[in-house]
Write a protein that binds this ligand. Structure first.
Ligand SMILES: [Zn+2]
Ligand SMILES: [Zn+2]
Length: 322
């Protein structure tokens, strides 16, 4: 389906083989003709974007620039393919570029992080296998230009601003069009789903930390300070009440935090046990997301001095500070 916003923005829904079903990409009909996100690399996704552009009177080869919100395969997977066909340069935050370049090598570290968080080994292996095979639905990026926080993005008749919003992913960037008070949010803000701050795999030898949820909540405040009338997300429908959505998500995380805290009053728990309680029956490939969320709350509680962590036999156990 194609929808139009503010005369020159076309929202194109591309299929993805995951529960969310579709990813939004946006074509900006302005010089240079720009694509915001590129979708996953599957035949169905490529056919849909080709046909949609055709229906609009454009073509893949007419794309002149690709902006990538973050390095998850449903957003950047097909960027390199479209860039190769059109010659359009790719723009992305340097942290996401680095993550994409090292993703294959990071699966080993991810495996040890999941084990340490208490996930049983058979499930860890299934989750890693799923993530490895998902790499087929993407091409690595060859060359990219970097966009840091605050950097302008120029068009013939307007200038957007890059807003770095770490949390869901360390280098997620939103694109802000101040004159129209419009914001492309990637997965930072979605209408029906609470975006998940995903576990960061540290760069070589950096100490293991879980800043995702804390950074995510700060990034929500950053968007709350902007003057925004229209959110154009990476999945699902547009949102007009940005402040209301931010309040809802903040409240949701606060409630989860309280729940996690009360859950620990029974006895000490691993992040995996907490994830299983928050999301019972999740399939193996979503365990990673569940554990990311659990550990995010635990780490904030730890920083607030309410919870402590102790490592025993390679696993982290969290308990209440008496
Ligand atoms: Zn994402
Ligand atoms: Zn996504």
């Amino acid at each position: 389906m194609i929808r139009t916003f503010l005369d020159k923005i076309y929202q194109i829904e591309l299929p993805i083989p995951f529960p969310l079903k579709t990813t939004n990409v946006y074509l900006i009909d302005e010089s240079p003709r720009t694509l915001v996100d590129a979708g996953i690399k599957t035949d169905a996704s490529f056919e849909t974007i080709t046909k949609s552009l055709d229906d609009l009177g454009f073509s893949i080869s007419s794309i002149e620039r690709i902006l990538v919100t973050h390095g998850h395969i449903d957003h950047y997977g097909q960027a390199q393919k479209i860039s190769s066909l059109s010659g359009a340069p790719i723009y992305i935050h340097p942290k996401e570029y680095g993550r994409i370049r090292s993703i294959i090598h990071s699966f080993g570290s991810l495996k040890s992080i999941l084990l340490r968080n208490g996930v049983p080994e058979t499930l860890v292996n299934q989750a890693i296998h799923f993530m490895e095979s998902a790499q087929k639905m993407t091409d690595p990026l060859h060359e990219a230009f970097f966009l840091e926080d605050g950097e302008p993005i120029s068009f013939a008749s307007m200038t957007w601003r890059t807003i770095h919003c770490p949390g869901h992913s360390p280098g997620l960037i939103c694109f802000y069009w101040p004159e129209k008070k419009a914001l492309f949010t990637g997965d930072h803000l979605l209408k029906e789903i609470t975006p998940n701050p995903v576990l960061y795999v540290p760069d070589n030898n950096a100490p293991l930390r879980y800043p995702g949820l804390g950074e995510y909540l700060s990034s929500l405040k950053k968007i709350d300070r902007l003057d925004v009338d229209l959110l154009l997300p990476g999945h699902g429908e547009e949102v007009y009440d940005s402040k209301g959505l931010i309040q809802k998500i903040t409240r949701h995380h606060q409630e989860r935090m309280d729940y996690v805290y009360s859950f620990l009053s029974q006895r000490e728990k691993t992040p995996y046990e907490i994830a299983m309680d928050l999301f019972p029956g999740v399939p193996p490939f979503e365990i990673f997301l569940g554990v990311s969320e659990a550990v995010g709350h635990l780490e904030i509680l730890k920083e607030e001095g309410k919870v402590r962590v102790e490592e025993r036999q390679g696993k982290d156990y969290y308990s209440l500070v008496a």
